[in-house]
Each structure stands twice: as C-alpha cells, then as structure tokens.
Design a protein around this ligand. Structure first.
Ligand code: GLN
Length: 533
C-alpha cells in the first residue's frame, strides 16, 4: 500500500494549489520516490470535456483520451510522468456509478447514502489509481467549506483512519497582507483550518500562500492556531515562474520533512531542474509570439501551449513574449496584425464559428508575409480552409462553421457521424503519426514515426487533397491506423500545422520539437528584422 498525501485549499480558490501539489511531487521525485497524483474535482460534470474554457481553463488530454482538469498538466510536467484518465475523479463519475450500481441491484435491500456508499466509491476510485507507487498525492479541488467537497474530505478522513501513519494532510491557504499596516493576517487561514478540523481532519503541514515571504511572528501565530509545529509550516510567495515553487519549498526543508514523516528518507538528487529554471529566467533573447484564438481573455484556456512554448524557450535561452490576439478583434480590424509586429504566429485550438474568420485572417497574414506559423488542431483545420480559398475554392470552409459550404475541405470524421452524445466522444488521446521523409515535419522531429495526443471531431476532407497539393500544400504527417491528414506545411517558409496537440507531451527538460523549431524560426525572423533596421 502506498502512502497518501492529501492536499486541500483554504480561504479562496486560485492560490496555485495544483502547483503546490505538483511541487510536492517534484520534491519527492528528487529523492527517487515514485509518485502518482490524483486530482479530485467536486463538480457534477463527469469530465472537463463538456465545460467552456472560460469557466474551467484548458481541458488537458491524457494519453488514454481522458478530458481532464488542467492540474493534471501540472502534474505531468512537474513529475515527468504520464497520467491516465483515472487520475481525475469528479463527483459526476462517482454519483453516476453509484446510481448505476443501485439500478443494477448491487445494493439490494440497502438505503443508498452519502456515507458509506458514495464515500466507498470515492475510496475505491482513489485506490484504483495508485498501483505500483510509493506515494500518491491527492489534490482535493475547491475550497474547504464548499458543500460539494464534503464527501471527498470524509473519504480522505476514512482513508487516514484506515491507514494511520501513512497519510499526511497538507493545507494550502492564503495569508493576505493588510496594505494599510503592512501586516500579514492569519485569521482567514485559522478559520479554514478550524473548518477542516470540523470534518475530523487536522493538517500535518500548512503551506501559507502569500505575496511576499512571511515573517517568523506569522509562522508562530499559524503554528499556535492551526496546531501545527513551526517546522511543518512552509511558505509559497509570489515568484516569477511556477517552476521555482519546488525549489522554494525544498529550500525550506519540505522534502526532508515529508520524507522523514513518511519513513522514506533518501537524499535528494536535483538533476537538471535548477538549470532549466536558470535558463528559463535569464534568457539571452526575446521573441514576440502572436497567439491567436477566441478564448484569449483567459490565457489558462491555452495553458499547456503556453508552458510548451516556455519549455522550448528555456532550451534555446529565448523568452517567448506572448502577444494575445483575440480573433474576434481581427475580424473587425485585420490591420491590427500588422501593428503587432510579431516574430511568429500561432493559431490556437477552438470550437465553433465565433472568431473563426479572424483566425483564418491570421493564417493568411502568416502565409503571405512568411511569418513563422504553427497551427494546432482548429488552427490546422483553418489553415487548410485558408489555403483552399487561396487556390480558388473561394467559399471553402469547415462544415463545423458552415454546414452548407460548397467546398467542405474540413468535415466531420466518418465515425463521428454516428455520435449522439457529446461527452467523451471526440477522437481523443494517443495516435501514431507517420511523417513523410524530406519534409519540415520529419526534419523537426528527426524521426518518421511519432505518438501525439488528439482532441477533435473534424478532419481534412481527403476528396480535396489533389486540388490542395497541386496548389502547393504539403501533407507531411499521416495517421497510421486510418488514412487521416495529421500535418500540413508549405514549402519555402516556416508554416506548419498539426491536427494533434503537441503541447500535451512537452516537458520542462524535454520540450516539444515543434515548439523549439517555431521559436528558433521566430528568432531568425527577429534577427533579420534587426539587421535590416
Ligand atoms: N473544433 C475542431 C474539431 O472538433 C477542433 C478542435 C480543437 O481545436 N481541439 O475538430
């Protein structure tokens, strides 16, 4: 049986509890401890796939096609592991399966209740996700005090009772500063710990989340009121990159503390994490990366893409400066693209008609002006639409945007035509993609076979390929299991677009080759514009 670390959040959401949970995992990994991580989301949706990105941020796709919370992305990047759909548990999954069991008669004769039936189901799910690891970190989403969270706290309390010393609770809570006096205020944290105790949970570790480093008086106060020894109080203050958080906590001794509490004391080996952070935070060059999409008011909607660009930047010692371009604004005024003066352009994933023409305009601009371009998923489909219009199919479109288009160059994938329910039914997760030799894609990946993750319903219509390739479009990647277009590019310029999502497999020290190539191309653009000036 592994050891468990439950991570809860207090006072308010948005404190970076997921980053703390992921950092705890990183710290244990430095000690050679094998770690798995589970995110619990108390909402009733079965998965994140049916939510609006504005409400929830990016949907992170696992290798096995899970549409999960974006915290799983933090876990994969910080722990350098691949997680499964089972690593994201929601209330929706729990209630669905309890109710289905009740209908099948599996609880015959019993009154089915929150305790024990729902809590048993939660525990079963948690235990199912743990095989073969020393430690499992379970982050309980939401804020202590939320109604929806209660069954999960209760299940965690029961696991603690059953496993005794092998369970630790880490509570992450805000410690605000009162501006007028400059004082750290611990009362909200005290109340959230008191609330946690009401459910029978005493935190073992408190992580105080603050703007600036807290002082020793504050630590003493937290210790007294939260009933946690001073040595078990840690502090995460604002830092310039989330990748510093494990270092901040490690320097305060969290790693040794956890390892000794869990009886896993081993000496740490930091590998190249610090070097990565060093390169990330002291770049030698900056490039302006235009990011065109329709959800840009909330950059979390594209979190893995942003992180993938940062990883690639660290490898090249280039800082990508993100220039967010709302595609709806481009529709109103295409000239804004010229004014932004970007060194490279990305057209981002998305759904639906709003803002799509603005994305197409961005693609046209990148193609005509020969600005390095990377399109992802919707960005690739729209690149095909744009190119089709360019080679004479003036009303070409995706049937997602216009079901009556005379030239449906992008259409619903055949198996998607049978789909009647929308939850979890896209083309999801890993597929093998074969790269065509002597193309930009093959040059970038330095191989001819790759595995990348997917999330789409529409695809390039093969019927139009002859026309498109005659016009100069190159198909440089094909799905292996069925004949589907995965990558398109244009010769003679850096213009490449993928049906798959390369961002999900990018890691801090193993960046995605596509992002590295894009930033390198952006640097060349910038350098040549500097030398022309
Ligand atoms: N809307 C497109 C599709 O469903 C693209 C999806 C995406 O960008 N993830 O195929």
């Amino acid at each position: 049986m592994p050891k468990f670390i439950f991570v809860t959040g207090g006072v308010m959401s948005g404190l970076g509890k997921g980053v703390v949970a992921a950092s705890v995992g990183r710290i244990l990994r430095w000690r050679g401890i094998s770690v798995n991580a589970v995110k619990i989301d108390p909402y009733i949706n079965v998965d994140a796939g049916t939510m609006n990105p504005y409400a929830h941020g990016e949907v992170f796709v696992t290798y096995d096609g899970g549409e999960t919370d974006l915290d799983l992305g933090h876990y994969e990047r910080f722990l350098d592991i691949e997680l499964s759909r089972r690593n994201n548990i929601t209330s929706g999954q729990i209630y669905l399966s309890v109710i289905e069991k009740e209908r099948r008669g599996e609880y015959l004769g019993q009154t089915v209740q929150l305790i024990p039936h729902v809590t048993d189901e939660i525990k079963k799910r948690i235990f199912e996700s743990i095989a073969g690891h020393d430690v499992v970190i379970v982050e309980i989403g939401g804020t202590v005090g939320d109604y929806e969270q209660l069954p999960f706290l209760e299940a965690a309390r029961q696991i603690d009772l059953e496993l005794g010393g092998d369970v630790l609770f880490i509570h992450v809570a805000l410690v605000p500063v009162l501006r007028t006096t400059g004082e750290f205020k611990t009362k909200p944290l005290q109340h959230s710990v008191a609330e946690l105790r009401r459910y029978g949970i005493q935190p073992d570790v408190v992580v105080a989340r603050s703007e600036k480093p807290i002082d020793s008086t504050t630590v003493r106060k937290i210790s007294l009121f939260a009933h946690v020894p001073e040595g078990a109080i840690f502090n995460v203050y604002d830092v310039d990159t989330i990748y510093k958080v494990p270092i901040v906590l490690e320097r305060q001794g969290l790693g040794d503390y956890l390892a000794s509490r869990l009886g896993l004391a081993k000496s740490p080996e930091y590998g190249d994490w610090e070097k990565f952070v060093q390169r990330l935070t002291s770049p030698k060059f900056t490039v302006k990366l235009g990011m065109c999409g329709k959800y840009v008011e909330l950059p979390d909607a594209y979190l893995s893409i942003v992180e993938a660009a940062r990883h690639a930047g660290a490898a090249l010692e280039i800082k990508p400066e993100f220039v967010w371009i709302n595609s709806v604004d481009v529709e109103r005024d295409p000239d804004i693209l010229r004014k932004l003066d970007v060194d490279a352009l990305m057209v981002l994933p998305g759904f639906g008609v709003r803002g799509a023409e603005g994305m197409i305009e961005c693609i046209r601009y990148a193609r005509v002006e020969k600005i390095p371009f990377l399109g992802i998923c919707f960005g690739m489909q729209l690149a095909v639409v744009e190119f089709a219009r360019h080679v004479g199919l003036r009303e070409a479109n995706s049937t997602e945007l216009n079901s009556n288009t005379p030239h449906p160059v992008v259409h619903l994938a055949p198996e998607q035509r049978e789909v009647e329910t929308l939850g979890g039914t896209m083309i999801l997760g890993n597929r093998v993609v074969e790269l065509v030799p002597n193309t930009l894609a093959a040059e970038i990946y330095k191989t001819t076979s790759i595995v990348e993750r997917h999330r789409h319903r529409y695809e390039v219509n093969l019927h139009y390929l002859p026309k498109l390739t005659e016009g100069g479009l190159v198909v440089s990647g094909w799905r292996k299991d069925v004949k589907r277009v995965e990558i398109v590019e244009l010769p003679g310029q850096f213009f490449i677009a993928t049906q798959f999502h390369p961002e999900f497999k990018s890691r801090p020290t193993r960046p995605s080759p596509l992002f590295v190539a894009l930033l390198e191309a952006a640097r060349q653009t910038r350098q040549s514009s500097i030398s022309l000036a």
